[in-house]
Design a protein around this ligand. Structure first.
Ligand code: IPE
Ligand code: IPE
Ligand code: MG
Length: 249
């Protein structure tokens, strides 16, 4: 990718929330005669680049799709490796993230995870809870349909118990039960690897997100790619169903 000029992103059109489907680790590795796991390992470097660039440009929330509720369908060794990488990331990077005022949050179904991973994730959230810089949201064992089903179940339980009326269930009520209730919807959803689908990522929240499909594999994602994404975003006209275009608003 050509080195982009940074001038276009210095302006106010920085997305408040960027969400990324980090795809293409396996193909990146296979193209180099390496194992898929090596691709995942290199993908962690790209995670660091995305976090750094988000901080640099003042993005408020960065959500990273790290493991989907459908990724359990992969060979057990690959699944284990991905879990190991999450452990390693938290063990190695948490102190730095904390020092850099980053708040860490995790979305997805945590109940189904092993106790040691759960406690690492809890620890990351607790340690950084009061930080006021970038909010780094790790989507792990995340699937949008599962998340929505869980939210609906919890509303139904409240209705059954007489705590709320069925008539009180509106969009805001449902959104408030999603794992993402603490943050705004993504302004920009990026998917690397060239695949053009959402793969069960933030289906509710991305209703009006700008989608950007980038033709590079995740391990090749770097600051320049992030700048390119911000430039593309700044040129989009967001209308939210209305007529007045709000450029990258
Ligand atoms: C993304 O890379 C990482 C995860 C889904 C966990 P992939 O592993 O999906 O890489 P490709 O798509 O097979 O190249
Ligand atoms: C989406 O990528 C999930 C993550 C990036 C964590 P996949 O590689 O699992 O998606 P599909 O299977 O190609 O749709
Ligand atoms: Mg993939």
């Amino acid at each position: 990718m050509a080195a982009p000029a940074d001038s276009a992103v210095a302006a106010p059109k920085i997305p408040r929330h960027v969400a990324i489907i980090m795809d293409g680790n396996g193909r990146w590795a296979q193209g180099r005669g390496l194992s898929r796991t090596e691709g995942h390992r290199r993908g962690m470097e790209a995670v660091r680049a995305a976090v750094e660039a988000s901080r640099e440009f003042g993005v408020g929330y960065l959500t990273l799709f790290s493991f989907s509720s459908e990724n359990w369908a992969r060979p057990p060794l690959e699944v284990q490796f991905l879990f190991g990488l999450l452990r390693l990331f938290i063990q190695r990077d948490l102190a730095d993230l904390h020092r850099n005022n980053v708040r860490v949050r995790v979305i997805g179904n945590r109940i189904a995870l092993a106790a040691d991973i759960r406690s690492l994730l809890d620890q990351a959230e607790t340690l950084t809870a009061a930080n006021t810089g970038l909010c780094l949201v790790i989507a792990f064992n995340y699937g949008a349909r599962e998340e929505i089903a869980r939210a609906v179940r919890s509303l139904a339980q409240d209705v059954a118990a007489g705590r709320i009326k069925a008539e009180a269930i509106d969009e805001a009520a449902l959104a408030s039960r999603l794992d993402t209730a603490f943050m705004p919807d993504p302004d920009l959803v990026i998917r690397t690897s060239g695949e053009m689908r959402l793969s069960n990522f933030l289906l509710w929240q991305a209703a009006y997100s700008e989608l950007l499909f980038m033709p590079l594999y995740w391990p090749d994602f770097d600051r320049a790619a992030f700048v390119e994404a911000l430039e593309q975003y700044a040129q989009r006209a967001r209308r939210f169903g209305g007529l007045a275009a709000r450029r990258g608003a």
